[in-house]
Design a protein around this ligand. Structure first.
Ligand code: NCD
Ligand code: ZN
Ligand code: ZN
Length: 386
């Protein structure tokens, strides 16, 4: 078959290093099959699956379960992330070498930040030995408290309890210090503040082995745009100020922030229909993220498409794929054909994800992947999963 690529872009399949697929345990929100289908609809040929499932991915058998389910689904490559400690919140480290042998790509405390610095320090020492990055969720639970959105003018106006920006940067600073001391590989998840960008800039200048990611929603929205019924924009970390958003875009452009990642966090409609204070944190992002970045950042000239592809494919492959496998940069024909003129109304019936918690529901978006290949096999065409 001949493919007409006129006016379209061909690029490597995107690699999303931060997705919540909810299997095992919360399959009413998402499962590995629906999440894999959502991935290829969105242009992702590899996704890393976060460990905060029920039970959490804290042993080799569970790592192998996630990997097998990914293979059975047969769409995107699914790489399991393990927890750092047994039971996620304990103080006993998981068997990293064993889980790595079972196929774990990294280890993370995402969803439940490790509050104990000594545990994080030990994890980074092991990370140095195993060569795999520790992904930090970057949240001080005491500072975050029962907060619902970023503390600032907007939270004051809305009368909602705020989370200070320091809830993130205090842990960013801590983990950068520990990474420097141990020499362990550190990856900072969902960086959302100007101060965090500044801390990472300084650490990189000193040669600390750190990478960082930013989520599309933190590049596109800010706290002032949240309405009391917009539970789709209730995310963790919360949306920051306009100044934070600008610093994140700049940091991504400069290479201080290495990657874009969705933090795809599906929740049920019933959960997100609750009052703002009671709805869970998280945004459904796999199927709209690339289009959103295209529309809100590339088209207005804030980011180049080249930089977006580098940050969403090459940079993740370099950081998480150094052990070979499907994450080698330029692996065989994991590919996307992107049509900047393709427009689509984001409708519930079209979504491959089980969840509906996207702020773009009912909106018309422009610029979508219209053909996606995984290892040379066409898995999505004209927005339909094959
Ligand atoms: C995450 C989830 O739902 O698992 N939610 C989110 O808003 N990012 C967990 C988390 O990282 O807080
Ligand atoms: Zn997190
Ligand atoms: Zn997350």
């Amino acid at each position: 078959e001949e493919i007409d690529g006129k006016g379209k872009f061909a690029f490597p399949g995107l690699i999303d290093v931060h997705t919540h697929l909810r299997e095992p345990g919360q399959e009413d929100k998402e499962d590995i099959l629906s999440g894999s289908r959502a991935a290829v609809r969105g242009g992702f040929t590899t996704i890393l699956a976060m460990a905060n499932t029920l039970p959490p991915i804290d042993n080799r058998a569970l790592v192998e379960f996630v990997r097998r389910q990914g293979e059975r689904a047969g769409y995107a490559h699914i790489l399991p992330i393990g927890t750092v400690t047994k039971g996620m919140q304990g103080s006993e480290l998981v068997e990293m070498a064993d889980m790595k042998a079972g196929g774990a790509a990294a280890f993370s405390d995402d969803g439940k930040n490790i509050q104990n610095a000594e545990v994080m320090r030990l994890a980074l020492e092991y990370a140095k030995i195993t060569g795999f990055p520790i992904i930090s969720h970057c949240e001080d639970k005491n500072l975050a408290g029962e907060g619902l959105m970023r503390r600032g003018v907007a939270s004051g106006r809305m009368g909602l309890k705020g989370i200070p920006a320091s809830a993130e940067s205090v842990i960013v600073a801590r983990d950068l210090i520990l990474a420097e001391e141990t020499g362990g590989k550190l990856h900072l998840a969902h960086i959302s503040s100007a101060e965090s960008v500044e801390l990472i800039r300084r650490a990189k200048a000193k040669g600390v082995d750190v990478t960082a990611e930013v989520n599309p929603h933190h590049l596109i929205f800010c706290d002032e745009e949240i309405g009391i019924t917009d539970t789709a924009l209730k995310v963790n970390p919360p949306l920051g100020s306009q100044a934070d958003r600008e610093a994140l875009i700049e940091g991504l452009r400069d290479g201080i922030i290495d990657m874009i990642a969705t933090d795809h966090a599906p929740h049920t409609q019933a959960e997100k229909a609750r009052p703002f204070a009671e709805a869970p944190f998280g945004i459904n992002a796999l199927e709209t993220a690339l289009s959103a970045v295209w529309q809100y950042l590339v088209l207005p000239g804030r980011l180049s498409l080249d930089r977006v592809i580098e940050a969403w494919s090459l940079s993740p492959a370099r950081r998480f794929g150094q052990q070979g496998g499907t994450l080698k940069p330029g692996a065989v024909a994991d590919m996307v054909l992107f049509d900047p003129d393709f427009s689509e109304v984001i409708e519930p019936a079209k979504l491959a994800s089980k969840a509906r918690n996207t702020p773009f529901l009912g909106k018309t978006m422009e610029g979508f992947p219209v053909m996606v290949w995984v290892e040379g096999r066409l898995v999505q065409r004209d927005r339909t999963v094959i």
